[in-house]
Design a protein around this ligand. Structure first.
Ligand SMILES: [Zn+2]
Length: 235
């Protein structure tokens, strides 16, 4: 189906309650609608958001997702800093950071998917210490603003979100945050901690976030602007 000959889109009707428009990473526009909603209403919704769809498509075309190859010399990010991948042979498997390189020592010559596994194991080991330390620091601040719970925290590889907070007070942080500057990690932790008091992104949620982290918008912007450049969530 097309609209004003400008936007091509597909509609999927299902037993959902809300109408959403998604622009996928390949530029495809997907409209998900409740079964009973009339085509007229769906079309007027799309028309209303035409500008947003076009802008979003542009962003995707001009800023395509980086495809990482895990090869010698490729740039990879750790805590917001770039490092060149340097693959060497060693007596055992380990990773060393120099000022400019992330040196991966392997016992044998490995293919890129094996290199990726080693790199991600290392990312996870770093994240386990760093995320927990930051989590505790943020929690200390949150406690002074009435957040009494001690939530559990785990590290996950999520495809499209930086973190989440479940109703049984478990906070998940995306391992990909290890690629971003540390202040971005703090922001995501604070954001999720605010969900302990307010599950939705309502006014009260943002009022609390503002108190805990007055400059949260800056961190959010950095995450959004740099995630593609830093190769975060590229799997
Ligand atoms: Zn949230």
């Amino acid at each position: 189906m097309s609209f004003n000959q400008k936007i091509e889109f597909n509609i999927i009707k299902s037993r959902r309650k809300t109408l959403v428009i998604q622009v996928k990473s390949n530029g495809e526009v997907l409209v998900k609608a409740p079964i009973r909603l009339s085509d007229k209403k769906i079309l007027s919704f799309i028309e209303k958001h035409q500008g947003w769809i076009i802008k979003k498509k542009h962003q995707i075309i001009n800023n395509p997702k980086k495809v990482l190859k895990y090869i010698q010399g490729e740039k990879h990010y750790y805590l917001g800093n770039p490092f060149k991948l340097d693959i060497q042979i060693g007596f055992k498997e380990f990773i060393e950071l120099s000022e400019t390189c992330l040196i991966i020592f392997t016992r044998n010559k490995l293919n890129s998917s094996q290199i990726k596994v080693i790199l991600y194991d290392w990312y996870r080991r770093q994240a386990e210490n760093i995320f927990l330390a930051r989590f505790d620091q943020c929690l200390t601040i949150a406690k002074t603003h009435g957040i009494k719970d001690r939530p559990s925290m785990n590290i996950k590889r999520l495809k499209s979100r930086w973190g989440s907070c479940s109703s049984n007070k478990n906070i998940s942080l995306n391992l990909e945050l290890i690629k971003m500057p540390i202040h971005c990690l703090n922001y995501i932790i604070m954001h999720e901690l605010c969900h302990l008091k307010h599950m939705n992104h309502g006014k009260r949620f943002y009022a609390l976030l503002e108190k805990l982290m007055p400059d949260w918008k800056e961190h959010k912007l950095v995450l959004r602007k740099r995630m593609h450049e830093y190769g975060a969530m590229t799997f």
